[in-house]
Design a protein around this ligand. Structure first.
Ligand code: SAH
Length: 456
């Protein structure tokens, strides 16, 4: 079938739907939303068609379509009954009258078909395989759904307003060139970040011929390792970066997603071996943004959970540089899911506590008494070296020695390993075993659920 995609003005279209089942109902919803004039002819209809009729959004004729049905030239007729003969007869009558026909039981020979739609009104994306393979149409639609942020509606409306403003002001700008620059500027992303005032300032700069100041910092959580766990927003900002500063916890597979042209700097922190001191990192971010670059600060997990994200943006904020923070899946969530250990569970734990087990001078200063609560899951970040000490302290403060413990090694990564034991057995277990960072420790009876819930 050769097809020609057109976008119709719904309010100028007259649709007659023959049939009142689920197939008809799906089309009717789309048509009503477009503002089209809709008449449904069927002896009985689904509840939602009935509701639309009672709201006055369509005309309902509760009767079978007759052999003498009258159609108007130029109207659109959708044949959605499950009776082939009825569909064939009505198609013939409609065409004789000069109407256009879509038979939902026949992929071939239709005058028009309904595409799959991704709706970010006023932006709409229509997808069709010309009726050849609905499964492929659906799959493409799902992909586009996933990659087109919901807020594109807001973006499209903002651009629509700007366009009509420029028109009414009789702006003499080279329009095509202006919009090209605008789309490449930070303005669209600022609108998606709900900062229309910054978008407006960028727009004003462009209109007055000034090079807009693009300098900005994106503090982005890259999640625990599996690139599939990035958020859509993280991926979008990653793809926009001019310069990137990343940590040790950001794995190769995520680094591969960075733009080829971006400058990449490793500022990672292996334990006690800070490749770049924290103060210098903070300063680097500021310096690069002041040069007008889009600076991506990419961190493992969530930047605000044991990530020093707060410290880094304090300085950026003080320098007046715009910044955005994108949450990431923190190691506790990622490791727990991929290990099959729910962090809370009505029968086991009503709360969960994240602590850092990082040792300073061979000890760590944790509020031990608060950690031994029986219906609380304890998640320990940065705790491998301190594990024997931590287990010992928890027991000493009253946690039962047989409390289950899981040690998740390289959580969410292809070579993830989960080691389980108890507070009493774990120190001996890890001794002499080769266990690779990063590791996360989960303490509490939820660990036993892993036997049933492990799925990887
Ligand atoms: N901001 C990060 C945590 C940084 S602290 C987050 O939200 O996840 C670093 C610690 O996180 C590591 O020592 C380790 O305990 C934990 N961690 C991070 N990624 C991990 C992973 N993939 N597997 C296990 N632990 C991880």
């Amino acid at each position: 079938m050769m097809t020609l995609p057109l976008v119709l003005n719904g309010s100028h279209c007259v649709f007659i739907i023959i049939g009142g089942g689920q197939v008809a109902a799906r089309k009717v919803r789309t048509l009503v939303a477009s503002g089209a004039s809709v008449t449904v002819i069927a002896p009985s209809v689904t509840d939602d068609i009935q509701v639309l009729a009672s709201e006055g959004k369509l005309t309902l004729e509760l009767r079978p379509a007759g052999t003498d049905e009258i159609y108007q030239a130029g109207s659109y007729v959708v044949l959605a009954t499950d009776d082939e003969q009825v569909n064939a007869l009505q198609a013939q009558r409609a065409r004789q009258a000069g109407a256009l026909v879509c038979r939902t039981d026949e992929p071939d020979g239709n005058d028009f078909i309904f595409p799959a739609v991704v709706d970010r009104s006023p932006l709409t994306v229509a997808i069709s395989t010309s009726g050849a393979t609905p499964a492929l149409t659906r799959s493409v639609r799902e992909r586009i759904e996933a990659f087109l942020p919901q807020d594109y509606s807001i973006l499209a409306r903002w651009m629509e307003d700007l366009r009509s403003r420029l028109r009414s002001e009789g702006s003499q700008h080279d329009r095509a060139n202006f919009w090209r620059q605008w789309m490449r500027s930070q303005a669209p992303e600022q609108i998606l970040a709900r900062r229309p005032d910054i978008a407006q300032a960028i727009t004003d700069d462009l209109l007055s011929g000034k090079e807009p100041d693009r300098g900005e910092v994106f503090l982005v959580g890259a999640g625990p390792g599996d690139p599939d766990l990035l958020t859509f927003r993280a991926l979008r900002l990653i793809q926009m970066a001019d310069v990137v500063f990343y940590d040790r916890l950001v794995g190769e597979r995520i680094i591969d997603l960075l733009p080829a042209a971006a400058e990449k700097f490793y500022v990672g922190k292996a334990r006690s071996d800070h490749a770049v001191p924290q103060d210098d990192i903070n300063q680097l971010l500021v310096d690069e943004a002041l040069k007008g670059k889009r600076v991506l600060r990419l961190k493992g997990g969530d930047p605000f959970i044991f990530g020093r994200g707060g410290e880094e943006i304090e300085q950026i904020s003080a320098s007046g540089i715009p910044f955005q923070v994108v949450p990431g899946i923190t190691a506790a969530s990622g490791c727990a899911s991929y290990a099959g250990i729910p962090l809370t569970h009505r029968d086991h734990a009503q709360s969960v506590r994240f602590v850092t087990g990082h040792l300073r001078n061979g000890t760590c200063n944790l509020p031990w008494n608060e950690l031994i609560h029986p219906s609380q899951t304890l998640v320990i970040y940065m705790g491998l070296v301190g594990l024997p000490y931590i287990c010992e302290q928890l027991i000493a403060h009253g946690m039962p020695a047989d409390t289950p413990v899981a040690l998740v090694e390289k959580g969410t990564l292809p070579d993830q390993k989960v080691h389980t034991g108890t507070l009493a057995s774990m120190p001996g277990y890890v001794e002499g075993r080769e266990i690779h960072a990063p590791t996360l420790t989960i303490v509490g009876s939820v660990v036993t659920l892993r036997e049933k819930l492990s799925w990887r």
